[in-house]
Design a protein around this ligand. Structure first.
Ligand code: SF4
Length: 284
């Protein structure tokens, strides 16, 4: 099983997104998926290109809309492993409404966010994840807005799988993506994925100095939601690993079970050409 294709990524050398691409490819292979069993659906941004760089089904959608598209794919074919992918601007600004509702819906897809705390494709403006004081072309005197704490938001919205990782830690990232795919429900994996071209503050070295692994915190229990929230707040979101998992809550698909034994993509709709034409004519 080889999830590599021959498309050469046009990310800048050193961009953190290369590691995310590699981690998805390794995780899918480790789980034993075949390329036709995986769909990678992305939004717009440097990170959105990832759907074209993996040998699987893929769709490069519109800005902020990776999640509605990915949920549609999963609803049409629940046998597919569906990964939605994008950046922090894509998912936590224009796409934030979709993010919150996909979380609470607990639909069985994995959402990987390449969080570089800046808009890279449009050449460097503050994103919802930029820190106070961050100077960019759009905030030459420094941003006055606090960064959105996505871990706190996900936990309070009822997420059943919340993880965070770092592009430099390919082993941890691959393992978390594997766990996210296996999780029966919505899994959010936020990845600190440095933009080496436009973000000169949140660099690889900066993350190495500031990130704390939850596995290094004595007594940390990822099944304890209150502990997860307290830890995220204590470390100002700069924690990596499996932050929280609820294995008990049923996924959207499990709750819907019984509506249809067969995924829509495989259903025999027994639709004659006449009936099809009649249905289509209603929209003409
Ligand atoms: Fe990566 Fe930044 Fe280059 Fe975009 S601009 S490809 S995010 S390094």
């Amino acid at each position: 099983k080889d999830f590599r294709n021959d498309v050469k990524p046009n990310w800048c050398p050193g961009c953190g997104d290369f590691s995310v691409q590699a981690a998805i490819q390794r995780a899918a292979a480790n789980i034993g998926l075949e390329p036709h069993q995986l769909a990678v659906i992305s939004g717009i941004g440097c990170s959105g290109r990832i759907s074209g760089y993996i040998h699987s089904y893929g769709f490069h959608g519109t800005h902020g809309r990776a999640l509605p598209l990915a949920q549609g794919v999963k609803m049409a074919n629940r046998d597919l492993t569906v990964i939605a992918a994008g950046g922090d601007g894509d998912g936590f600004a224009i796409g934030m409404g979709h993010t919150i509702h996909a979380i609470r819906r607990n639909i069985d897809i994995t959402y990987i966010v390449m969080d570089n705390q800046i808009y890279g494709l449009t050449k460097g403006q503050t994103s919802p994840r930029s820190d106070v004081g961050f100077k960019t072309k759009s905030t030459p005197q420094g941003s006055v807005e606090p960064a959105l704490s996505i871990m706190e938001i996900a936990l309070s919205a009822g997420a059943t799988f919340v993880a965070q990782s770092f592009s430099s830690d390919l082993k941890e990232l691959t393992s978390l993506i594997e766990e996210g795919i296996k999780h029966k429900g919505f899994s959010l994996i936020n990845v600190f994925s440095p933009c080496v071209t436009y973000n000169k503050v949140n660099t690889y070295d900066w993350f190495k100095e500031n990130l704390v692994k939850v596995s290094d915190i004595e007594g940390y229990d990822p099944s304890d939601r209150a502990m997860a929230m307290q830890t995220v707040m204590k470390y100002k979101g700069l924690v990596t690993g499996l932050i929280y998992q609820n294995k008990e809550q049923k996924s959207y698909q499990e709750l819907l079970h019984g509506y249809s034994e067969t995924p829509l993509a495989e259903a025999d709709l027994k639709l004659s050409k006449e009936k099809f034409d009649e249905l289509v004519s209603e929209f003409m």
